[in-house]
Write a protein that binds this ligand. Structure first.
Ligand code: ATP
Length: 341
């Protein structure tokens, strides 16, 4: 289903929870709504679902304004963080629930449930109750139940938040595969940037009720449009007073500007490695942290400037070592402007 949202606004009392949000979503895309807690992600999702009224703006599904349609007439499936399964019902009955409400025939319900049990890998678990399932299995039942009535839009609110890290990982790729296979337009809310980057076709960054940026994970990562987006996505360090650093392109007058620098755009080495390059800084290694698959090196440049760097070879560097630092790419910003250099 193609979705268009225009000028969406929502207040709770005096509190402006959603401010002038506009976006369009192509059919079949998986969209991640990403942002800090309290930013308005759930409110946007609930307005799309019809669970919350809209103060101002239009929600358009397939060219038709749906603001006044009740949730059950919007063709939506919903998956919540806390499963929201019926505890006293088996897997089969949970999946069949929405179909019975819609008065599907017994035969059609049986066929559709069997199809979904197969699709979601729940064969053999049909007669179990929710408390007899793992968190991941429960969430797959919730997914099957949401999909059963053949919705045209699937809304998922923090679907994996309550699940162990390892299973969460598996469920993410599983969800991605399901969405690809079904071609159903889907929107999921998360505050986990890795989840959004890994799974979504497009990410919408929501902060303080506003849509800060929409784009593919790569576009947002590479070309953030605001300091907030730059610091929210990916790892980075902020360097104050960038004028003191050498070797940047961009505007001549950098006084007052700050730089946001990602570890992967920083190269460090012993002085001799970089002797011929002018665009380097002299720094000192402050800490070397082991992160499991890599080492994170913190370097001090001048008084308080820190740049982090991932290294696979920790032997080369020790705290206290003097190093040369080469910064390939940085996001610069001051009060009014920003540049990627
Ligand atoms: P989280 O990740 O914590 O769920 P979110 O980005 O989904 O956050 P929302 O749940 O949409 O944010 O909430 C946005 C703001 O609106 C919050 O400050 C919240 O307290 C407020 N809010 C949400 N629902 C209501 C309500 N029914 N009444 C009053 N305030 C509300």
């Amino acid at each position: 289903m193609h979705i268009e949202v225009r000028g969406l606004n929502k207040k709770f009392g005096d509190f402006q929870a959603v401010t002038n949000v506009n976006f369009e979503i192509e059919k079949g895309q998986l969209i991640g709504l990403l942002g800090p807690s309290g930013g308005g992600k759930t409110s946007i999702l609930r307005m799309l679902a019809g669970l919350e009224t809209v103060d101002e703006g239009d929600i358009v599904f397939h060219g038709k304004r749906v603001n006044d349609l009740p949730p059950q007439e919007r063709g939506i499936g919903f998956v919540f963080q806390n499963y929201a399964l019926f505890k006293h019902m088996t897997v089969t009955d949970n999946i069949a629930f929405g179909l019975e409400v819609k008065k599907w025939s017994k035969q059609k319900i049986k066929e559709r449930v069997a199809e979904l049990v197969e699709l979601t890998g729940l064969s053999g678990f049909e007669k179990r109750y929710p408390h007899q399932l793992s968190g991941g299995q429960r969430q797959r039942v919730a997914f099957a139940r949401a999909l059963a009535p053949e919705p045209q839009l699937l809304l998922l609110d923090e679907p994996f938040a309550a699940i162990d890290a390892k299973i969460r990982h598996e469920l993410r790729s599983w969800l991605r595969e399901m969405i690809d296979r079904l071609g159903i337009t889907s929107i999921f809310v998360t505050h986990d940037q890795d989840e959004a980057i890994e799974v979504a076709d497009q990410i919408m960054i929501i902060n303080k009720g506003r849509l800060e940026q929409k784009g593919t994970p790569w576009e947002i990562y590479k070309n953030p449009e605001s300091p907030f987006v730059a610091s929210f996505i990916g790892e980075s360090t902020i360097v104050e007073d960038v004028a003191a650093l050498r070797g940047f392109g961009g505007p001549d007058d950098l006084s007052g500007a700050k730089a946001l620098i990602r570890p992967e755009y920083v190269e460090i080495g012993k002085a001799a490695d970089f002797e011929l390059l002018s665009a380097t800084e002299t720094g000192r290694v402050r800490h070397v942290h082991f992160r499991g698959s890599e080492w994170l090196v913190e370097v001090e440049i001048g008084a308080a400037k820190l740049v982090t760097y991932r290294s696979l070879e920790k032997e080369i560097l020790q705290p206290g070592d003097e190093v040369r630092v080469l910064i390939h790419r940085a996001y610069l910003f001051n009060d009014t402007d920003s540049w990627v250099v």
